[in-house]
Design a binder for this molecule. Sequence first.
Ligand SMILES: CC(C)(COP(=O)(O)OP(=O)(O)OC[C@H]1O[C@@H](n2cnc3c(N)ncnc32)[C@H](O)[C@@H]1OP(=O)(O)O)[C@@H](O)C(=O)NCCC(=O)NCCS
Length: 182
Amino acid sequence: MVDVRRARLADVPRMMPLLTGYAQRAEILLRTEDDVYRSIREWVVVETDYKIVGVGSLLIMWRDLAEIRSLVVSPAYQGCGFGRKMVELLLVEAKLLQLERVFALTRKPGFFLKAGFQLIRIERLPRKVRRDCVFCSIFNACDEVGVILSLKDVAIAGDVASSVAGNLNGSASQSFLPLNAF
Ligand SMILES: CC(C)(COP(=O)(O)OP(=O)(O)OC[C@H]1O[C@@H](n2cnc3c(N)ncnc32)[C@H](O)[C@@H]1OP(=O)(O)O)[C@@H](O)C(=O)NCCC(=O)NCCS
């Protein structure tokens, strides 16, 4: 049984080893337990065999813009479609919030391009630059790539929207977005 769903407070202790491990390898920014508890509404998880094997979050930047950040899948579970499912769930959340665009800064642009995102120069995301990048120690040597998706082109089936909004739950066997959405 695989569940791709919104995170719950009780998940946090099981999310932290994944987040800390990737942060120690400098693949994502460090997220503290305190930070994750306070931002729990932003998070989705993949749970299987009573383990949290994937996490990701959607941070609202402005009325029309949000960022996917801290998206990671446990190495043993990569390539199973879990990263894609989390992105899809985050996009459903973004669509329900009537956001217009979702972006990510990543060293894995190929993954996002396969999900329908397009490349964007980081300078074209001034809110992100002003809010975070200028405070980053490697701002001038940043090796991350910007990717962005317009949600205008993404349709959500009504039953999926009500499932996400009502039951706060998803299933990995269910596709949240039609394949032709992108
Ligand atoms: C990037 C990451 C989240 C992808 O998760 P995943 O569960 O392994 O990816 P999926 O199985 O959902 O892959 C979906 C599709 O993207 C492709 N894909 C996955 N990683 C890719 C990559 N690095 N480059 C290009 N394509 C990639 C897959 O082949 C698959 O393609 P398909 O639909 O044609 O079969 C995962 O590899 C990871 O945790 N990496 C380390 C942390 C990291 O860099 N996170 C990104 C921070 S923004």
